[in-house]
Design a protein around this ligand. Structure first.
Ligand code: DMJ
Length: 826
């Protein structure tokens, strides 16, 4: 890969300010390719990519059909099917599976889009023959609805369409609609709640009478709010209103739960009382498709109420959650406080929804940010922090980013989005393709595969890729006449007019919206480039033009100086607080649009470049020295760099300090504060189990546990529970090092219950610690700020120098000289 990716987290000490001391974090991604103007893609190349997308679908589809069908999913590494109750359970995640051949049902309408009527007909026959729902299995209502009900409905609609338009499948008599209706009935018991908000899970055979569901009370906002499109279509196609009635009631009940001050929603709620359980509010996991269904319900059903509700929420999201191109969760009842400092991959659908709702500019911006995350980590990780570090490293071959890329391309005609799609496609080919399908990636840092291929890979990821590279004339249907459900199933807009009557598909010969985009210059094409450009310049190392006149340099900048703050603002630079504002962390965004003038905009660009250079220059050691030099400043900002220090010999003055990172959820060690104690390794090492085997040996000591299997904060809670005085979490990626990788602060879950310090250490540092532990059983370590450690060392050295000077004088007098001390390791 020719692009280089660079990420630097840097800190600068700034003098006390009017606001507060700021710890400046600048994350930088450099990608040579992104500085290049967008290359137009030839028809030939686009057609090749379309065919490659088709082949990708078939590679996955045939692998599933030949090795896994009638299972719900293919396990691409074992090359066999995943069956509920047979394949070892993955816990709650398996609620997706109902032993109803989910991947096949989810794939049906993609076969039609690909124009493969023969395979579609064959697959429909298999579904009618093999799929049944009378199983004693608890399934997720949401997943069953979007994948199975949606898949069956869309396939039914397209089967009827093909009967009329392609003169095929005349034997088909609506069997899949009947199956969808049956499945809908099996989901309905979940809606029998006082609020009307459905239970998260239901037993396909026993409804809510399954004893395992007795305690069911929690659901997520997206789970309850992503029903209406499918249920409305089901009612209108079958003539039975019950489904639509129940889905509208659930939407109405959810709407009532919005926070009346902020208009935001939380992510988890109690279906009986309507109380919020998690008040975090964003656009990603737990809430994503609720917003999508509000807007698309308006589009599909034409009910203004849903547009009004969507607009209220949308304005709230843009006011509180949106921060430049980033989308960061806040608390619904305290929307000015960020509740987490990372973003998840599900939110990548948001730009696509923004396009549909007509808000193109922020869609372009957020998509640009996502593209940079992709370039930085090769694949978009499941979650990443505000400084673009990996929070959860998995990549499940999700569709959301490609979906947004497709909608942005359709809206703008800008070939940049074709190039982005190409990159996404080639990356999947390189990193996810295996001999038996496509495998999810367990950690984007290592590229290690996971034995899973979710059904949405076929129903969405490959479908959107194929659509992106298809010209309208390549498609057998006019996709503009359909709404894509959240699982990318096609529901015709004509459903709104549908009572019991039939509806017709129009092969539109109207003016094609893409035609005018082909005119030159096209304002639609020019627009996104203009919006992306400032963001691109912010993060790349491109050369700024020289500007005459005096301007504020990054080196001179002081946050305490009101004139400096004004100057920075005029240059189009926005300072966005990251995480808890009291931590004083800010992220800088530069935009020509916000600059007072063109010239100041360019100055801003230069300022950002300098800031970038500063961060590059400051290696960990330089930074620590800089901090030491500035240690006279009265108020110390919170530091990112911590030290885990030890001496191998009790009498020794030779301390080794290993670089470590702090956490957002544990108490800060301020100034000279430190925790000291004997270190002990957790058993099991990952420290995720409820009980640690060596818990009786941990009290009063500093626990060391390995990253992975559960969250940082749950390890911390366990350590605290067994009496540890601090926790060191060491990385699970071998060879990682704080010398070469940017340090980061571990994220929590918004709760404030961890009272012991917790630090993170990369693998190479841990190897040193581990070697020291072997050399010296009962090794004691001291956890403190790195800058304080340096200061402590300097003070000791100064004292030693004085002593040495005195003894040198004595030695000189006696005719001998003292030995030189070795340098400290950092
Ligand atoms: C899909 O099942 C749907 O897009 C859903 O809304 C979100 N999760 C997956 C894809 O990531």
């Amino acid at each position: 890969m020719s692009s280089t990716t660079l990420s630097i987290v840097a800190q600068r000490l700034l003098l006390p300010s009017l606001l507060s001391l700021l710890l400046l974090i600048v994350s930088v991604i450099s990608d040579d390719a992104s500085t290049m103007p967008t290359q137009n893609m030839s028809h030939k190349e686009r057609a090749e990519l379309r065919e490659e997308s088709r082949e990708m679908f078939y590679h996955a589809y045939h692998a599933y059909m030949e090795n896994a069908y009638p299972a719900d999913e293919l396990m691409p590494l074992s090359c066999k099917g995943r069956y509920r109750g047979v394949t070892p359970s993955r816990g709650d995640m398996d609620d997706i599976l109902g032993n109803f051949s989910m991947t096949l049902v989810d794939s049906l309408d993609t076969l039609v889009l690909l124009g493969d009527f023969a395979e579609f007909e064959h697959a429909v026959k298999l579904v009618i023959r093999d799929v049944q729902f009378d199983s004693d299995i608890i399934v997720s209502v949401f997943e069953t609805n979007i994948r199975m009900v949606g898949g069956l409905l869309s396939a039914h609609i397209l089967a009827e369409y093909l009967q009329k338009q392609a003169d095929v499948m005349h034997w088909y008599k609506g069997e899949m609609l009947e199956m969808a209706r049956e499945l809908g009935y099996r989901l309905l018991p979940a809606f029998n709640t006082t609020t009307g908000i459905p239970h998260a899970r239901v037993n396909l055979r026993l409804g809510m009478k399954d004893p395992m569901l007795k305690k069911s009370r929690e659901t997520c906002t997206a789970c309850a709010g992503t029903i209406l499109l499918e249920f409305a279509a089901l009612s209108r196609l079958t003539g039975d209103p019950i489904f639509e009635v129940r889905a509208h009631a659930a939407m109405d009940a959810l709407w009532k739960l919005r926070h009346r001050g902020s208009d935001l929603m939380g992510t988890v709620l109690n279906i009986h009382s309507g109380d919020w359980i998690r008040r975090d509010s964003g656009v990603g996991a737990g809430i994503d498709s609720y917003y999508e269904y509000l807007f698309k319900s308006y589009v599909l059903l034409g009910d203004d109420k849903y547009l009004a509700r969507f607009n209220r929420h949308y304005n709230a999201v843009m006011k509180y959650v949106s921060e430049g191109p980033m989308l960061l969760d806040v608390l619904m009842h305290r929307p000015h406080a960020k509740s987490r400092n990372f973003m998840d991959s599900l939110l990548a659908f948001w730009p696509g929804l923004q396009v549909l709702s007509g808000d193109l500019k922020p869609a372009v911006q957020t998509h640009e940010m996502l593209y940079q995350v992709m370039q930085m980590h090769t694949l978009i990780p499941e979650a990443w922090t505000v400084d673009f570090q990996i929070h959860w490293g998995q990549h499940h071959l999700r569709p959301e980013f490609i979906e947004s890329t497709y909608f942005l391309y359709r809206a703008t005609g800008d070939h940049h989005y074709l190039q982005v799609g190409k990159k996404a496609l080639k990356t999947l080919q390189k990193y996810a393709k295996v001999s038996c399908g496509y495998a999810a990636v367990n950690d984007v840092r290592t590229g290690k595969h996971e034995d899973r291929m979710d059904s949405f890979v076929l129903s969405e990821t490959f479908k959107y890729l194929f659509l992106l590279f298809s010209e309208p004339q390549d498609l057998i249907i006019n996709v503009d006449e359909f709404v894509f459900t959240t699982e990318a199933h096609l529901l015709p807009l004509s459903i709104a007019q549908l009572g019991n009557s039939t509806f017709s598909f129009r092969q539109s010969d109207e003016h094609n919206v893409l035609d005018f985009m082909r005119t030159c210059p096209s304002s639609n094409k020019l627009f996104p480039e203009k919006v992306r450009k400032p963001l691109r310049n912010f993060i790349t190392g491109s050369c700024p033009r020289t500007i005459s006149g005096k301007r504020l340099s990054a080196l001179d900048f002081q946050a305490s100086n009101a004139d400096h703050l004004r100057a920075v603002y005029d240059m189009g630079i926005t300072m966005v607080s990251v995480g808890d504002r009291s931590q004083g962390k800010v992220r800088l965004f530069h935009s020509f649009y916000n600059a007072k003038s063109q010239e100041e905009g360019e100055m801003g660009l230069q300022f950002m470049q300098e800031m970038l250079e500063l961060t590059k220059m400051q290696s960990m050691n330089q930074l620590a020295q800089l901090q030491v030099r500035n240690s006279n400043a009265k108020n110390y900002p919170k530091h990112l760099i911590m030290a885990v220090a030890y001496a191998l010999d009790e009498q020794s003055q030779d301390w080794t300090a290993l670089v470590a990172g702090p956490s957002h959820f544990s108490p800060e060690l301020i100034g000279e504060q430190f925790v000291e104690g004997e270190v002990v390794l957790a058993s099991p090492f990952r420290a995720c189990d409820e009980k640690l085997e060596n818990s009786s040996d941990i009290s009063g000591k500093i626990l060391v546990a390995e990253r992975g299997d559960c969250t940082f904060v749950s390890k911390a809670r366990l350590a605290q529970k067994v009496g540890a005085t601090a926790l060191i979490v060491c990385d699970n990626v071998s060879g990682s090092s704080g010398e070469t990788q940017p340090m980061f602060a571990m994220s929590g879950d918004g709760k404030d219950d961890v009272a012991i310090p917790v630090v993170f250490m990369y693998s190479q540092e841990f190897s040193k610690l581990s070697a020291a532990m072997q050399r010296r059983p009962q090794l004691r370590v001291r956890i403190m700020q790195m800058v304080e450690f340096k200061r402590w060392q300097l003070a000791k050295e100064a004292h030693q120098n004085e002593t040495a000077a005195a003894s040198a004088a004595a030695a000189l007098a006696a005719g001998t000289m003292p030995k030189k001390k070795p340098d400290k390791e950092l």
